[in-house]
Write a protein that binds this ligand. Structure first.
Ligand code: GLN
Length: 196
């Protein structure tokens, strides 16, 4: 199946996600029938089978989602959502920060900036459930963690501080930044899950 993939382009790591999805599609042999687009307004979601919500500042992205009238269109989006870092905060059901209006797409409670400030950013090798080919080198930048996950959520990876990768149905959320660095295994797994 060919697909149109949207990347929410209000703030944050937009071009990195567009590049990573393009690399994932070409690694999967999609050619030019599938393509990746920035999403800035509700009509941009038309025909999309997937939407990436990138890292950035979740309070800012939340405010811009409201301003651009994207809250309901994303909440009722029929495709899969690939949410990283600030994106993980936005797709949660509960967030420990009242400045974020969570979209409630994955049944998780998320703690923002769980590792401290910018200087506490770090990299580590993660084992991810169902991901073959060895560990995944993960970059955490002022990252959130999942404190609690509902029964319908599959935990893909956990470190001592908390859960850092989850899936629920067609959605995936990651505390870290898989779009940095050349490893597209998680992007590919997400797309395959959608039948792409
Ligand atoms: N700390 C940011 C937030 O909660 C997320 C950081 C990131 O996306 N790199 O919005």
């Amino acid at each position: 199946m060919d697909g149109k993939i949207g990347v929410l382009a209000l703030q944050g790591n937009v071009s990195e996600h567009i590049g990573a999805f393009e690399r994932a599609l070409s690694a999967m042999g999609h050619g030019t029938a599938s393509s990746v687009f920035p999403v800035r307004k509700p009509a941009d979601l038309d025909g999309c089978s997937a939407l990436a919500i990138p890292g950035g500042e979740s309070t800012t992205i939340s405010r811009l989602i409201e301003k651009n009238r994207l809250y309901e269109p994303i909440r009722t989006f029929h495709g899969g959502i690939f949410a990283t870092c600030a994106g993980m905060v936005l797709v949660a059901t509960r967030v420990m920060d009242s400045r974020v209006r969570p979209l409630g797409l994955i049944d998780i409670a998320v703690d923002r900036n769980a590792f401290g400030r910018q200087k506490d950013s770090f990299e580590t090798d993660l084992v991810l459930k169902g991901v073959t080919g060895g560990s995944f080198h993960a970059v955490f930048i002022r990252a959130p963690v999942v404190q609690t996950a509902g029964a319908g959520v599959t935990v893909l990876s956990r470190i001592p501080r908390g859960i850092v990768a989850v899936e629920q149905g067609r959605h995936m959320a990651l505390s870290f930044h898989p779009e940095l660095g050349g490893d597209t295994r998680l992007h590919e797994r997400f797309l395959r899950n959608l039948g792409l």
